[in-house]
Design a protein around this ligand. Structure first.
Ligand code: MG
Length: 382
């Protein structure tokens, strides 16, 4: 099986507004044609990509990758598809997906469903059953109810065995709404597979904002940061760890309250934002941070995160020490960090390990902490 995808992008698309045809208008860092092409590339099984364009749009394809074949369309949609089919007739293509470029949000799973169904059927098309009540109306008044049983909203890509759809187009010289109509006119049974709500067709100006949300949601910006910190033991009777005061035979030495766990976590968030570390935002040379509670630092990092449009995906802190024992306090630490970060506690992990009495933590000279945080763009904090 050799699979081709034909993108029909030759229409003039004026209802959607704008100066250019809708499939060429700016959309989520590209255009509808580009996003649809990428979906076929991402599927991984498409050997040949063909884009049918209007002759006036040839300049828009300058600089495109050489593996995309450009074909000029005809005066109707059916003629445009026919031109593309004829252009690849003498290749080894055995299956073809025909897609309207004005549907930029098609997904790889949708393409997969159609390709799989083509193993058993010569023609396959995605559609969604109509769920809204349907009315007939005239002059702004409901004049009747239309039963919706057996009604579907048709989508593309529509998939075909190549020889069958080429023959169908050659036998159908007139216009057609889509290739299913052409296939049925030739007597082919068209199997329906489940379409997708997100596979919308850009038609009205408001459709661009919806398509933009869908496409941006798929290319989620996820940032990962790590932090590491060490503080030495000193004279004292308690330590602060992850915002919790724990009685201990020693204290921790530091400019602030020396909360080593919270410092590592704060640095992980700064790191995910690529915005330095605590020392950059709160210089140790500045006396106002002397003895400061470390939640000031963590709160600052969390505010910076939100100000840059990110929310916390999750964070994970590991404290490394022989003593004090962390286990009994881990729940309180988790709750305190979640409170400072203003996130659900399920997104915050605090755990501990020893270093098997090796090294400075093993000799109980101090405590070390590691932290990791993931930041996700968009949305409010959970
Ligand atoms: Mg520190």
């Amino acid at each position: 099986m050799t699979l081709a995808a034909i993108l029909v992008a030759a229409g003039r698309g004026i209802r959607a507004g704008g100066e250019k045809p809708k499939q060429w208008q700016r959309l989520a860092g590209g255009c509808a044609v580009g996003h649809a092409l990428q979906a076929f590339r991402d599927h991984g099984g498409v050997a040949r990509l063909v884009v049918v364009i209007h002759p006036d749009d040839r300049a828009k394809t300058l600089g495109w990758p050489a593996d995309v074949q450009i074909v000029e369309g005809g005066e109707t949609r059916a003629k445009s598809v026919r031109n593309a089919l004829e252009a690849i007739e003498k290749t080894d293509v055995t299956r073809v997906l025909i897609h309207d470029a004005a549907r930029p949000c098609l997904s790889v799973p949708l393409i997969g469903r159609i390709v799989r169904a083509l193993e058993d059927a010569p023609a396959v098309a995605p559609a969604l059953a109509v769920t809204d009540a349907l009315w007939r109306g005239a002059a702004g008044v409901v004049t009747g109810v239309q039963p919706r049983d057996g009604l579907f909203r048709a989508q593309t890509p529509q998939g075909f065995h190549f020889d069958a759809i080429l023959a169908a187009h050659r036998a159908h010289p007139g216009e057609a709404a889509d290739d299913v109509e052409v296939a049925r006119a030739a007597g082919l049974d068209v199997v329906i597979v489940e379409g997708e709500e997100e596979n919308l067709k850009l038609t009205w100006p408001g459709d661009f904002a919806r398509a933009e949300r869908i496409l941006k949601g798929r290319s989620m910006d996820v940032r990962l940061g790590n932090g590491f910190d060490v503080h030495a033991f000193c004279e004292g009777d308690h330590v602060w760890l992850c915002g919790v005061r724990i009685a201990h035979a020693r204290g921790l030495l530091g400019h602030s309250d020396a909360d080593v766990g919270m410092h590592a976590l704060t640095d992980a968030i700064y790191g995910a934002l690529a915005m330095g570390d605590i020392g950059r935002h709160f210089p140790p040379s500045d006396p106002q941070w002397k003895g400061a509670p470390s939640d000031i630092f963590l709160r600052h990092a969390a505010d910076l995160m939100r100000a840059h449009g990110f929310r916390l995906g999750n964070c994970d802190v590991t404290l490394i020490c022989e003593a004090p024992r962390i286990g009994p306090h881990a729940g309180a630490m988790q709750a305190r960090l979640a409170e400072i970060l203003q996130v659900d506690a399920a997104r915050v992990s605090v755990k501990a390990t020893t270093s098997e009495r090796l090294g400075f933590t093993g000799r109980e000279e101090g405590i070390a902490a590691l932290a990791t945080a993931t930041l996700i763009d968009g949305g409010e904090a959970a």
